[in-house]
Design a protein around this ligand. Structure first.
Ligand code: NDP
Ligand code: GDR
Length: 350
């Protein structure tokens, strides 16, 4: 019998890599997807097989973290051994526009899922997608013992999720753990996060489809790793003998400015010729610097981030150039002309 896993947020960047990883390990994977008027499974379509196929091991179920009763019914029926809670309204800037919705999904959604695990009596292990945003205003380096000081409605909602996960571990003796992950990116990263916004723009500028890129605070420092490596860390956290929280990070900080150097420099462009400032991309309260100390994960899980930020920027720029060259975006599922049209509109959203 395969191990069964249930993943919320399976249609997102991390969910797609995690599903790929677990399928490669022989798991049966069940994912929660939201009903949408348009297809929202482009990141996992390459993994999907018709459920009538006897070899199908990926199954998708409609649901939402706002609907607790549905979560109980689903978990009771699926009876997974491992539950990964990756779903969230995950955009920090957007959380200032939609604080209540962010609290409901990114915060209260977690306790709905924990309660569903508890009430359905399945005894599954539970992973919570916690974040370096919890450290917020506390200066780097940050590790598992660093005091938390979130600086956004997103960070505050994730703070609740972090503590409620710990509380269920202590109160009910559940294997419930937090992976406190620093920023991780990839060609599957949503287009409104800063790295992908930059790499998509580099590809479009190089192709002559765009000339300017509007940005906010380019002095912010982040610890950027490669998402495909971080889902391996999530899995290892869930295989540990004891339920414990871990930070996953590269241990190196980079400014947005330096990321611009890497991305534009990779195709022989100078970002100073293209990047403009727009205050709409500033946050009311900013997180200036996040640089993780991943020593505990190195020592206890044998996990290391290998891809450095320059290589990451190059992987992402090459992928975005490839997407334009092949006329369709496999992660957005629209033809090239539509996609090129979308660049300014996508940018205007974050
Ligand atoms: P994405 O934004 O790419 O994916 C978020 C996922 O959550 C999507 O599948 C989305 O569905 C789903 N979702 C959103 N709201 C709901 C809801 N109400 N009910 C059910 N599903 C919902 O995020 P990432 O993959 O980048 O991140 C995964 C998790 O890890 C998130 O919780 C994020 O906050 C956290 N995190 C991410 C880090 C990073 O650097 N990437 C670092 C640290 C933590 P849909 O596709 O339909 O929108
Ligand atoms: P972050 O990621 O807020 O760290 O959250 P994001 O890529 O949005 O911002 C990183 C830094 O870049 C600055 N910045 C801009 N950001 C965006 N999006 N757009 C811009 O134009 C821009 N200009 C400058 C930001 O101010 C910020 O300092 C991500 C998400 O994945 C969270 O879900 C996750 O928890 C954290 O990473 C760790």
């Amino acid at each position: 019998m395969s191990t069964r896993a249930f993943i919320t947020g399976i249609t997102g960047q991390d969910g797609s890599y995690l599903a790929e990883l677990l399928l490669s390990k022989g798991y049966e994977v069940h994912g929660l997807i939201r009903r949408s008027s348009s297809f929202n499974t482009h990141r996992i379509d390459h993994l999907y097989r018709d459920p009538h196929d006897p070899d199908a091991r990926l199954f998708l179920h409609y649901g939402d973290l706002s609907d607790g009763a549905r979560l109980v019914t689903l978990l009771h029926g699926i009876d997974p051994e491992e539950v990964y809670n990756l779903a969230a309204q995950s955009h920090v800037r957007v959380s200032f526009d939609e604080p209540e919705h962010t609290a409901d999904t990114t915060g209260v959604g977690t306790v709905r899922l924990l309660e569903a695990v508890r009430q359905s009596g399945i005894g599954a292990r539970f992973y919570q997608a916690s974040t370096s945003e919890l450290f917020g205003a506390t200066p780097p380096p940050q590790n598992e013992s660093t005091p938390m000081y979130p600086r956004s409605p997103y960070g505050a909602a994730k703070m609740y999720s972090y503590w409620i996960t710990k509380n269920y571990r202590e109160a009910y003796d559940m294997f419930a753990v937090n992976g406190i992950l620093f920023n991780h990116e990839s060609p599957r990263r949503g287009g409104t996060f800063v790295t992908r916004k930059i790499t998509r723009a580099v590809a479009a500028i190089k192709a002559g489809l765009q000339d300017e890129l509007y940005m906010g605070n380019i002095d912010a420092i982040r610890d950027w790793g490669y998402a495909a490596e971080y889902v391996e860390g999530m899995w290892r956290i869930m295989q540990a003998d004891e339920p414990e929280d871990f930070c996953l990070a590269t241990g190196r900080g980079t400014t947005v400015r330096e990321f611009l150097d890497h991305a534009f420099g990779h195709v022989g462009l100078d970002w100073h010729d293209h990047v403009r400032f727009d205050e709409r991309y500033l946050r009311p309260t900013e997180v200036d610097a996040l640089i993780g100390d991943p020593t505990k994960a190195h020592e206890r899980l044998g996990w290391h981030a290998r891809v450095d930020v320059k290589e990451l920027a190059e992987i992402m720029v090459d992928a975005d150039i490839e997407i334009l060259a092949h006329h369709t975006d496999p992660w957005i599922d629209v033809p090239r002309t539509d996609w090129a049209d979308r660049v300014p509109r996508v940018e205007a959203r974050a």
